[in-house]
Ligand binder design. Structure first.
Ligand code: CUA
Length: 307
């Protein structure tokens, strides 16, 4: 039942001339858009990639992690920075809520991008050049990419993907020469020494080595998408000064106070929804399959982030 009922017999009334005119205009508009739909497909520059592979989120996640681990030259705000060789395959992963890695590309060189999502649909939008592309999980979209302008380009997510959507901003840096790295504070970035050698040593790792590996996990696994290390916290508790802190959490619907120690962090990683931190109840953490060694390294890293 609507609020106001139409006058009885309203549909017998003759359509007025103005109304007919608008109907004709709308029809012409629809038809011309229909024709353009075909034209855009033939002449458009932002059509979906013609090379697409089926993949799984686990498989693509593994590929991109291995790729980043091998090519990482540094980190920018907890996001790995990669400088790929020209004509090489580049893996770019969209996930709630970040684009990983940051890419440093050479102007006028070609790259073969592989883009996929780890969770849900994200929108790949390069600004300010306004190139747009939808990114779906379980599909590997291959885009031939050749930057013709140098500068910093942002990757904006233009598909609403949840509470952190507005913060899902990635970066592509296009340089002409090595000195340009200074413009972005990347001049000291070089291929990081592999921490795998440290892990293969028989002697136990020092706290500093553990923390360094923990930081690498933080960067690679994307913890920084939600957990900041500078004290700012929007989506999840900041890691700065976290260790040893008294935290208010909700367990079984009751609010209790816990001390953040090794066992609490371990439990939070393995079973993130058991105790929810007050203030972040609505942004549950996904489960990250970390090994016990990796968890110990992450804890070592958190310990170094003092207030
Ligand atoms: Cu990803 Cu919005």
């Amino acid at each position: 039942m609507s609020l106001l009922s139409p006058v009885e017999g309203w549909y017998y009334k003759k359509v007025s001339k103005d109304e007919k005119m608008w109907m004709v205009i709308a029809l012409i508009l629809c038809l011309s858009l229909f024709v353009w739909m075909i034209m855009w497909h033939v002449y458009g520059k932002q059509n979906p990639s013609s090379i697409t592979y089926r993949t799984s989120t686990a498989e693509f996640g593994k590929l991109s992690e291995a790729y980043i681990k091998k090519n990482m030259i540094g980190a920018d705000n907890g996001v790995p920075v990669v400088r790929p060789d020209a004509n090489s395959d580049v893996f770019l992963l969209a996930e709630m809520w970040r684009w990983s890695p940051v890419l440093v590309l050479q102007k006028d060189q070609s790259y073969k991008f592989h883009i996929s999502s780890r969770d849900l649909v994200h929108g790949f939008s390069i600004q300010p050049v306004n190139m747009n592309f939808q990114v779906y999980p379980t599909y590997d979209y291959v885009l031939e990419f050749k930057p013709t302008e140098s500068g910093e380009f942002k990757i904006i997510c233009n598909e609403f993907c949840g509470i952190g959507h507005h913060a899902m901003i990635g970066k592509i840096v296009v340089i002409e020469k090595d000195e340009d790295l200074k413009l972005y504070g990347y001049e000291n970035f070089k291929k990081a020494a592999s921490t795998d050698t440290a892990a293969n040593k028989d002697v136990p790792l020092t706290d500093a080595e553990m923390a360094l590996m923990g930081e690498q996990i933080y960067t690679l696994k994307g913890c920084g998408a939600c957990h900041k290390t500078d004290g700012s916290s929007q989506i999840a508790p900041s890691w700065k000064g976290l260790f040893g802190k008294e935290e208010h959490v909700i367990e079984n619907g009751k609010q209790i106070s816990v001390k953040v120690d090794e066992s609490y962090i371990k439990e939070s990683i393995k079973d993130p929804t058991k105790k929810k931190t007050v203030g972040f109840e609505n942004t549950p953490m996904p489960v990250f399959p970390l090994t016990d060694d990796e968890i110990a390294q992450v804890i070592a890293y958190i310990k170094t982030l003092k207030n």
